[in-house]
Design a protein around this ligand. Structure first.
Ligand code: GAR
Length: 203
C-alpha cells in the first residue's frame, strides 16, 4: 500500500544535534517524504531525548546494562522498531555497535552519519571527537562527513552522501567537529533521509 510518508526512527546516545537537524528539516520542508516517529536512546541522560520530547516525538530508552546482553538489547530495539512500523532507521551519534543479526534483519534500512570522509578515520575506535583528533594528528587539509548504509562492518556499508570540509591551521578537535557538523553532517544527513524516504514511498 502506498504511504504518504516513510516512518523514520532515529537512534541516539548524546547531544542530538543531528536529530535536531532532521527535526528542523522536517519543519522547513527539506524533508517532505519522511517523518520521525520514534527516537531511541541507549543513554538515560542523552540530551537528544529532550529534543525529541520538545518536538512531540515518542521516545524509548534502552540501557544495555539493564538487558541480559547484546541479544536482548537488540531485541528490545528491534521490537520497538517493528511495533512502530519503521521504514528507515537513522543512527545519529548512536555509540553502540550493532551485531550482524541486527544489521541483517534491517538490511539497507539503517543509515549512519560519520564525521569523516570514509574510508579515512573510520572503523572500530573512531567515533565523536576521536575522529577529529586523528584527522588533525595526520595533518589532513580536507575532512568532512559521510552518510552510509550500515552493515556488519563498522563504517563499512555503501556510501550514500559525502561532503568535504576544510581544515585550518590552529584548528582544535572541537572547532573542527563543529565545522564538520555545520557544513556537512547537518546538511547531508537530512538530505539522505529525504532521498531514501522518497524512494521508500515510491516502492
Ligand atoms: C556526530 O559528530 C556524529 O557524526 C558522530 O557523533 C556525533 C554525534 O553528535 N558519530 C560518530 O562518530 C559515529 N561513528 P550529535 O549527538 O550532536 O548528533
Amino acid at each position: 500500500m502506498r504511504k504518504n510518508k516513510a516512518r523514520v526512527a532515529v537512534l541516539v546516545s548524546g547531544g542530538g544535534t543531528n536529530l535536531q537537524a532532521i527535526i528542523d528539516a522536517q519543519k522547513n520542508g527539506v524533508i517532505r517524504h519522511g517523518e520521525v516517529r520514534l527516537v531511541i536512546a541507549n543513554k538515560a541522560d542523552a540530551y537528544a531525548l529532550t529534543r525529541a520530547r520538545n518536538a512531540g516525538i515518542p521516545t524509548l530508552t534502552v540501557l544495555k546494562k539493564e538487558c541480559g546482553g547484546q541479544r536482548e538489547f537488540e531485541e528490545k530495539i528491534a521490537a520497538a522498531l517493528e511495533m512502530h512500523q519503521i521504514d528507515l532507521i537513522v543512527l545519529a551519534g548512536f555509540m553502540a555497535i550493532l551485531s550482524k543479526d541486527f544489521t541483517g534483519r534491517f538490511e539497507r534500512k539503517i543509515i549512519n552519519v560519520h564525521p569523516s570522509l570514509i574510508p579515512s578515520f573510520c572503523g572500530a575506535g573512531f567515533y565523536g571527537l576521536r575522529v577529529h583528533e586523528a584527522a588533525l594528528a595526520k595533518g589532513v587539509k580536507v575532512t568532512g562527513a559521510t552518510v552510509h548504509f550500515v552493515n556488519e562492518i563498522p563504517d563499512g556499508g555503501e556510501i550514500i552522501l559525502q561532503k568535504a570540509v576544510k581544515v585550518y591551521p590552529h584548528d582544535t578537535p572541537q572547532k573542527l567537529q563543529l565545522r564538520v557538523m555545520k557544513q556537512a553532517e547537518w546538511k547531508i544527513l537530512p538530505a539522505a533521509v529525504e532521498m531514501l524516504s522518497a524512494k521508500i514511498i515510491a516502492e
